[in-house]
Design a protein around this ligand. Structure first.
Ligand SMILES: [Zn+2]
Length: 434
């Protein structure tokens, strides 16, 4: 059992002073408000937030940051560059890269990540001798970096609607649903990691297989990329006469266990289907703007009943505050109105909703919640003078001073326990970006 004393902490969306949080076995067992620090408590000065969830990540895309802007291009030309990195990774180099990327996430204030993982096999498409070599690398990297992990093991079987896999896509496929299930269920997890299941997209898996995917994934968080690109909708409508959301709905995949990632280009019926089923929707604002995807209908989804979450996706930016701000600021630009989400709603999207999407009981400072905490300094050039109940609209990842995951301190004094995270990133990216 250990305890943390917070100068200020956000509880149920409002700010309390002098909060002692006691944990046992990684979970919060008591929260006391308005008291002084006990001598044996770790002191967290500043503003302590519940753990922040990165609902959607592809760790290896981090190797492309700051390397894709020279020639303009489109989502599809960016994807060609991404495939080149995907082709050179092996279990060892992926462990190093993912460790560095996850460490960057923890340093930025993320306490849990949903890693949407599809690098399953060797580059030529043959299985590794240890069939879970790449998955084991991701799980080990999360453990080393100290981040909680939901490994969203992704089913990826086709190169597009009615298209064979391209050579650079071969390692994404297990060959069949049965082989995907067999490998997926062989992955071993620890106390701070667990499995989930994903359909890459309605492009990469034929809709006839959605029901088999659902039946093989009972009780798991389910995720899918949905309508990130207009071309994806056009292809689905041409081939099946239905949008990707409608195809997922027909297979009975929607519901409180299902997260639609991006959901950028939705019809009114799509919004109704996701909202009425109480599905979750993961927006990735820094990626959606970087790839010129567009602005998704976040307010309309929330009003329809969907629960919003946030993710960093391609990791061109790793900053939970920038994502939650992006959700509101994109809505302001699209609607001409301010205050589309309250500060408390934005924090919930970044914390409790994300934990729920990833299958964990966390993201709030409350008894029974996982003891994952993020402390923000309130006297930095960015946060000085801000109101504590809106500070997350002003802070950046650079203002995170302490991070606790499962009751363990991973960042203290703005420093990750692994040391120089920039050096870890430079080394690991240097090995995979020729
Ligand atoms: Zn993605």
């Amino acid at each position: 059992v250990s305890s943390f004393w917070c100068e200020r902490a956000v509880i149920d969306g409002s700010v309390a002073d002098g909060v002692t949080i006691t944990e046992a076995d990684g979970s919060i067992v008591s929260v006391e408000i308005g008291i002084r620090a006990a001598p044996d408590s770790m002191v967290l000065n500043g503003l302590t937030l519940p753990g922040l969830a990165n609902g959607h990540s592809h760790a290896f895309h981090r190797a492309l940051r700051g390397r894709t802007h020279a020639d303009g291009g489109t989502f599809w030309t960016w994807r060609e560059q991404m495939y080149r990195v995907a082709t050179v990774l092996d279990p060892e180099s992926y462990f190093e890269l993912a460790t560095a990327v996850f460490a960057e996430m923890v340093l930025a204030g993320y306490t849990v990540v949903g890693e949407f993982h599809y690098l399953h096999r060797q580059p030529d498409g043959s299985a590794y001798g240890n069939s879970t070599a790449m998955e084991d690398a991701v799980v080990a990297a999360a453990g080393r970096a100290g981040i909680r992990l939901t490994l969203l093991d992704t089913l990826y079987l086709a190169g597009g609607i009615d298209r064979e896999l391209e050579p650079s896509q071969r390692r994404f496929s297990d060959g069949s649903i049965a082989e995907w299930v067999s490998r997926r269920d062989s992955v071993r997890f620890g106390e701070t990691s667990r499995g989930g299941a994903a359909i890459h997209s309605a492009r990469a898996v034929r809709p006839e297989l959605f029901a088999a995917f659902r039946d093989a994934s009972t009780g798991m968080p389910l995720h899918a990329h949905v309508s990130e690109q207009v071309a994806e909708n056009d292809a689905a409508l041409a081939a099946y006469g239905a949008t990707p959301t409608a195809l997922f709905a027909r297979a009975d995949l929607l519901g409180p266990h299902f997260t639609a990632v991006h959901a950028t280009h939705l019809s009114d019926e799509d919004i109704h289907l996701l909202g009425a089923s109480e599905s979750l929707v993961c927006f990735c604002p820094t990626t959606e703007r970087d790839l010129a995807d567009g602005i998704g209908p976040s307010s309309a989804l929330r009003e329809a009943g969907a629960l919003l979450t946030l993710g960093s996706d391609q990791n061109a930016v790793i900053d939970p505050f920038e994502e939650l701000r992006g959700l509101e600021m994109d809505e302001r630009l699209a609607s001409g109105e301010r205050g589309r989400f309250t500060p408390a709603q934005l924090l919930a999207a970044a914390s409790a909703n994300g934990y729920r999407s990833l299958g964990w009981q966390g993201g709030s400072i409350a008894v029974g919640s996982l003891c994952d905490l993020v402390t923000v300094g309130m006297s930095s050039p960015r946060t000085a003078g801000t109101a504590a109940d809106q500070a997350w609209l002003a802070a950046t990842s650079a203002d995170v001073t302490a991070v606790v995951v499962n009751g363990e301190v991973r960042v203290q004094g703005g420093r990750h326990e692994l040391g120089d995270v920039g050096a870890l990133l430079a080394d690991s990216i240097g090995k995979v970006n020729p």
